[in-house]
Design a binder for this molecule. Sequence first.
Ligand SMILES: [Mn+2]
Length: 307
Amino acid sequence: MAKDVSTTVVTAGDSAYAWGAIMLVASMRMSGMRHPVVVGAMEWPDEMKRRIVSLGDVTVVNLPATRQCVACQKPIMMANDAVKTDWVCWADADGMFVGDCSEWLSGEDADEIVIRKYSPVPPDFTPENLEIWRRDVERVCGRALAKSRYDTRVNTAFIVVNRKWRPFLARWKRQLDSVLPSDVGIIMQHGTAYFQTDESVLASLLCFDPEVPMVTEKYKANGSADPSRYFAHFAYNPKPWQMWNKYATRWRDLAYSAADWLVAGGFARKSDIPRPFRRGWWPFYRCIAPAAPWIWRLIKLNRRVFG
Ligand SMILES: [Mn+2]
């Protein structure tokens, strides 16, 4: 571990996200970010585990296969014993760092959680939903504030917190297991109290749990402090290693550079790299990008039906 590094970057994914996690770590290493990385791998082929470990200072934690979506493993991964540093930074495996983001990977105040707030779209933050959150926090944690601390939601693609909050991370996991169905997918039915799964449950704690880190007012990892250094999140489906969608194409040069870096460093052969990350395929993927969400849905439907 580099001596000046006080943060571990943590991510996780099932085998469909393995290439995302590799590109995330590649984006760090090619920008000189030497932080230790801990990857939660659910049913990854050994070849992909070896590849990510070869990037240096990467620990793979094998996650048990569950029907619960991998995002529900965030608190377990962040509080994992493989994390030895004072700070831990969760970064979604469908993201990449633009430039050297070391500065954003630890907090300024150990009592704060670095996470991006956003205003919820009505009607997701209704008095009824808040009352469900409050009641559930009281039931599982034993105590809850009478009134919510916040009127904003949080985005859990990127989180930085001090290790002193491990008991809080444990409560987040307990709450997840208690309020979500055990086979929950990534997003539940829109409008229900926990429709954004791990994100909704974390928000419920930040709003009502009496003992929480305060949400920072100085979130900088989205480029607000420096537009050339930020965490890029491929928020929509399909993911770029599957097919480029219109939103994600803005980061294709970043992805090509990371793929070149992997090949140049001997971490992957050119033929290992998923086609969307190879420059030569751009005319094809540019052509289908506007329809990518529908094409992807058809491919998945076809797989489900004809397996
Ligand atoms: Mn994500």
